[in-house]
Ligand binder design. Structure first.
Ligand SMILES: Nc1ncnc2c1ncn2[C@@H]1O[C@H](COP(=O)(O)OP(=O)(O)OP(=O)(O)O)[C@@H](O)[C@H]1O
Length: 294
């Protein structure tokens, strides 16, 4: 397990990270989400040792990260970092060798990644001549070339079309199945919703929520219900224990106080006319994010 424990960092007089702590567990995809400037890239740079924390530490299997462990991390930096004039294949070859892999192993890994990431036709072209989406795939191949033990990926899905997202997801899932912990940042909450096992939400340099996706979705709000009636559902406003979340004519989403009874609300709705739909709803990740990252 990769662990950040009380990591703080300031730039000048600006505190950018406030005692950031979270775990990235083996075999799980951990989505790291937050608005622009929330502190995701800074946290990842600290994991990689590109930046030093002012306080706190990063550990792997309980030990403070060493250079040797960091060499076993596959990192996709925000600023990217492939050589524009070098071909994808040469680049992978160079990076693999730099990480100490033998010629055959590098070649095998490179061909597999090129194929899996559908880069075959472009693998001989200089990176600068590839579309942005293909450059992004090449970046992912570069992060994976040395069969890393840990993956730290800064916005790996930005600029990818939905099919490419699926391709990359498959490749990453394969790594988690082998037990690799994967930390990835993303602005695309729909992708995170689909992909992550665990979620870390950061806002203003503070962790606002962290844990299993299902757990967060289930536990982060009061029980929520959706009701659809024939007329206007505005009367819900005056129902005891009901807190309206959204009202759109005949359709309402509301939260219920812990001591309130959902069947009483249903009975109240039926006493006013037909009820078309009634039931509990789970908040989406986007809703949780808006709630906790305010
Ligand atoms: N080298 C630096 N010097 C000064 N301030 C910095 C530096 N690096 C980052 N910051 C500031 O730290 C804060 C956090 O930035 P960071 O890049 O970690 O956020 P982020 O969550 O990755 O955002 P984004 O999604 O926009 O990439 C920002 O306010 C940023 O301006």
């Amino acid at each position: 397990m990769l662990r950040l424990d009380g990591v703080s960092r300031r730039f000048g007089d600006r505190q950018v990270l406030h005692e950031v702590s979270f775990d990235v567990t083996a075999g799980r995809m951990t989505g790291f989400v937050g608005a622009n400037g929330a502190g995701k890239t800074t946290s990842m740079r600290i994991i990689m040792g590109v930046l030093a924390p002012d306080a706190g530490e990063v550990t792997w299997q309980g030990e403070r990260l060493t250079r040797a462990v960091r060499r076993r991390i596959g990192y996709m930096p925000e600023e990217r970092g492939l050589y524009p004039k070098m071909s994808v294949r040469d680049q992978l070859d160079y990076l693999g060798r730099l990480h100490g892999l033998g010629r055959d192993a590098v070649r095998r890994n490179a061909e597999e990644l090129i194929e899996r990431l559908s880069l075959g036709e472009r693998a001989g072209d200089p990176v600068e001549q590839l579309s942005l989406g293909n450059q992004q795939r090449a970046q992912i191949a570069a992060a994976l070339i040395h069969d890393p033990d840990i993956l730290v990926l800064d916005e790996p899905f930005s600029g990818l079309d939905p099919i490419a997202v699926d391709t990359v997801v498959d490749v990453l899932r394969e790594r988690t199945r082998r037990g690799v912990p994967v930390l990835f940042s993303s602005h695309q909450l729909d992708v995170v919703e689909r992909l992550c096992d665990d979620l870390v939400i950061i806002a203003g340099g503070r962790i606002r929520a962290a844990g299993g996706r299902a757990e967060l979705r289930a536990g982060h709000a009061l029980p929520r219900y959706a009701l659809t009636v024939d007329g206007d559902a505005g009367w819900l406003r005056d129902e005891p224990g009901v807190q309206l979340v959204d009202l759109d004519g005949a359709h309402a989403v509301f939260e219920l106080a812990p001591d309130a009874d959902d069947q009483r609300v249903l009975a109240a709705a039926l006493s006013r006319g037909p009820v078309r739909a009634f039931g509990p709803v789970t908040p989406s990740l986007a809703e949780i994010f808006r709630e906790v990252a305010r």
